[in-house]
Design a protein around this ligand. Sequence first.
Ligand code: AMP
Length: 280
Amino acid sequence: MKIYTSIKELQSDVLDLRSREISIGFVPTMGALHKGHLSLLQRSKDENDISLCSIFVNPIQFNNKQDLEKYPRTLEEDCRKLEQAGCDIVFAPSVDEMYPEEVKMQYDFGHLDKVMEGKHRPGHFNGMAVVVKKLFDICIPHRAYFGEKDFQQLMIVRELVKMNKIPVTVIGCAIIREDDGLAMSSRNTRLSPHERSIATEIYKTLLWMRHQAEQRTVEEILQQARQKLASHPEIKIEYIEIVDEETLLPVSDWNSSGNIRLLIALFLGEVRLIDNMRIR
Ligand code: AMP
């Protein structure tokens, strides 16, 4: 496994691979890798000749300074995991390498980046789009793998690719969960044992919502889901939404959309967690 920190060196090798018609699968991450990340890598390995994984904690997508400071950084261990999992190339640049100058680019994704995460984390999706576009320019992958764990991000990346006519196929991958249903996340390591035991309520609530759907109104389900989660004093809900998967706009009844998704964001103590589930 080759590890690069220089854009120039990686790009020259990537161009060489492409000139030899070797297909490149790309998995962008912020490190602190878990089985969710590795499932994306596995999919890339199944579908490409070479798999490239980036590890970069992107400062411009953090709207909360404390979250950025506390974000786990485990580069050596990540590289060990990637090597074991059969990754071919790791790209782990410094912040100066990625952003030698101030970033001025401002994207507009219409309402896609104004709702849910966009509303609660101002600037987050712009920072994410800037880094993903830059990483695509550097790595020039044939296919790129993103988790449905960050469902809104996946939709915005698809839009970014469409807007900029980037010749890459974006592939969405299923959410990988712990045995008790908690969606795997690098932030889970920051939960106290007590918070960790409560965290499973997010998954349980999503399951309950899916199970109850169509037996009650959308509004009733939202209200009761809020009540369920709010009964734990450690939980501070940011949003619970029932939306159309394409537009990400709230649905008012179960028949108003073909593909409906449930999304939850909340603070458990100081840790912000998100999760989602397709209803049909
Ligand atoms: P992150 O390192 O959090 O930026 O995540 C890198 C990629 O891994 C993103 O495309 C995430 O959606 C994806 N990912 C994170 N957690 C999971 C999970 N539990 N299951 C599947 N994909 C995930």
